[in-house]
Write a protein that binds this ligand. Sequence first.
Ligand code: ADP
Ligand code: MN
Ligand code: MN
Ligand code: MN
Length: 365
Amino acid sequence: MAITQAEYIWLDGVKPTHELRSKTRIVNFDDTPSIEDFPEWGFDGSSTQQAEGNDSDCILKPVRFVHDPIRGEGNYLVLCEVYSKDHSPHPSNTRAQLRKVLDAGANNHDPLFGFEQEYTLFESANSPLGWPENGFRQPQGPFYCGVGARRVDGRDLVEAHTDACIEAGLLIFGTNAEVMLGQWEYQIGYRGFDNEIADPLTVSDHMWIAAWLLHRLGEEYGITANFENKPIKGDWNGAGCHTNFSTKEMRDPSTGKATIDTVIDRLSKRHTEHILIYGNRLHERLTGDHETCHITDFKYGVSNRGASIRIPLAVDQKGHGYLEDRRPGANSDPYLVAARILTTICDIDESVFTYSINHIEAPAT
Ligand code: ADP
Ligand code: MN
Ligand code: MN
Ligand code: MN
């Protein structure tokens, strides 16, 4: 018998960008648990914009657990889907949307995903880590993948976060300092390791657990991780969440080239539908400058960081492999982005992906 802690983590209903919530449940397991051993739980949905006060109970349904690297051995982080009291997925439950698309046929194509999450660290309200309070004079240039005091700032937190992700068994691929001082990136997804699964549901779940760990570790350092698309206006890079994806047909040398052409053609025809769920205030980031393609344009190209879809050089040379969608913003929801990409590239019936996008502030057109 071991009495330990399970941190139940879920996404709230805050619009336009939902955020993480969590609370602690004490558990008592003899052996290593399976997901069914974690009890369903409830919470007050009226405090998370998921219910009205007079009828406020929502259900937390555990769907994936990992080892909790902060509380240590025998403790767990438990990712949950939110259900309404009639036991249907709550409207804010975007994971259920991704499951629907996978079940409707996307799973047959063995998709693999990898997300590059950019974020900006703040110690005070106004300026990112390493910036003086009254703004910054030195232009961008030396900070991307930089090393050295005043070249990078926040590395202690980044290192602690990376260690925590590894210890939790998340599919962390790498990290780097970004173009703007105080901005960093971690990647979660396919790593090419033997017998490792990097399907979109697992990878997206790991993205949310990794984000939770970053916010939680930030508490220890007094540092806030900001996921906005354009935290600093002006001549500074925004923060994105480049999304890399492939299907077995794209990865197969005999079908790769033709499939990649088809996939890009399908993506070009659904540009607007994608943009609408790729994050709030995305137009502030997709300006056509700072390594982006303008929000109203769709472009693709080999090695082109000003394109919507980049074909990595090695993929072009081999003729098969993955593509990078550079449009999703740092505040996009990996469940929605993966569901949208799969709906388009696997030609899933549009009626399957029904997520309402009305609450996202419309981009300037
Ligand atoms: P970039 O050069 O754009 O900065 P990164 O090195 O930051 O790229 O990230 C590469 C991403 O590509 C990782 O998230 C990784 O998981 C993903 N990736 C690599 N190979 C594949 C593949 N075959 N299918 C899907 N994603 C892949
Ligand atoms: Mn990257
Ligand atoms: Mn980057
Ligand atoms: Mn990238």
